[in-house]
Ligand binder design. Structure first.
Ligand code: SF4
Ligand code: SF4
Length: 270
């Protein structure tokens, strides 16, 4: 193990090659590989809104408890938007709080970023075709023994083997918000707007209370059936939250404001 630990010093190389779903690469990871668990320390591991819901439920915690015990705020470098990331343990290796003797203790609900590794993921706006496109890239870390030894597969085959598509679909609009903010460049963002983004991105319970226990429903038109669904369904609440964020942050008219809405101090659009 000591010999392997030294491998941690190896350089991290992000291959400057844009991969598509059909690009092929070689990779294999399994318990018993000499570097097993080395990739689970010293990470800046972002959590998507859906990661938070799934891990929180798996651990049978409230969102506040999960956020307090396992996360810390993190500012996404390009967009400047605040999200949550996993708080590493306070040990020498800065290991992930969910790393156990036998590997990941939350494997069934491990975050999206863990499932992607050793791939990275990005979105860009194809202006000619007026649509968003995904791209991928390979992150090569010297200690990872799985990069040279496995079988060849496409990016899409790998994504499916990790259960990624089903976890990305519910947060696609969230990724679009981040990408849109990135494309605006380093503009100053009102504090209130950042707070709203962080609330929707990290805490469904607080967002639900924000809808039902403030003047929210005096201001915004929400279909009564949808309202019933978002009372109890966190994923439906997230979908609504992303549309609402696009409405208040970018001025997209996805959620209608009531004609007789009382005047309140609003978040300024970006
Ligand atoms: S959540 Fe699991 S897979 Fe991800 S870094 Fe932690 S231990 Fe590793
Ligand atoms: S092969 Fe790579 S991904 Fe798998 S345990 Fe080793 S370092 Fe981690």
């Amino acid at each position: 193990m000591e010999g392997i630990q030294k491998l941690k010093g190896y350089e991290k190389i992000i291959e400057p090659i844009r991969l598509t779903s059909n690009s092929r690469f070689i990779f294999q990871c399994y318990p018993g590989v000499p570097c097993f668990k080395l990739c689970c320390s010293d990470l800046h591991l972002p959590l998507t809104p859906y990661d938070i819901i799934r891990i929180r439920d798996f651990l049978k915690l409230s969102t506040d408890e999960f956020m307090l015990l396992y996360t810390e705020p993190f500012i996404l470098p390009k967009s400047g938007l605040p999200i949550a990331r996993l708080k590493m343990r306070d040990d020498e290796e800065r290991t992930c709080p969910f790393l156990g003797e036998g590997g990941c203790t939350i494997y069934e609900v491990r975050p999206l970023a863990c499932r992607y590794y050793p791939l990275g993921f990005g979105l860009f706006r194809n202006r000619d075709e007026k649509r968003n496109e995904e791209f991928y890239y390979l992150v090569k870390e010297g200690f990872c023994q799985g990069l040279e030894s496995g079988s060849e597969m496409t990016v899409e085959e790998y994504r499916k083997s990790q259960g990624i598509p089903g976890l990305e679909e519910p947060i696609f609009e969230w990724a679009e918000i981040i990408m849109k903010k990135e494309s605006l460049g380093p503009i100053e963002v009102p504090e209130k707007s950042l707070e709203l983004f962080f609330m929707v991105s990290t805490n469904p319970e607080r967002f639900r209370a924000f809808i039902f226990e403030t003047k929210f429903l005096d201001i915004f038109e929400v279909d009564p059936n949808l309202l019933e669904e978002i009372k109890k369904d966190d994923l439906k609440l997230l979908q609504f939250g992303f549309k609402w964020l696009k409405t208040v942050l970018f001025g997209e008219k996805l959620i209608t404001k009531k004609k007789d809405a009382p005047s309140v101090k609003r978040a300024k659009p970006f």
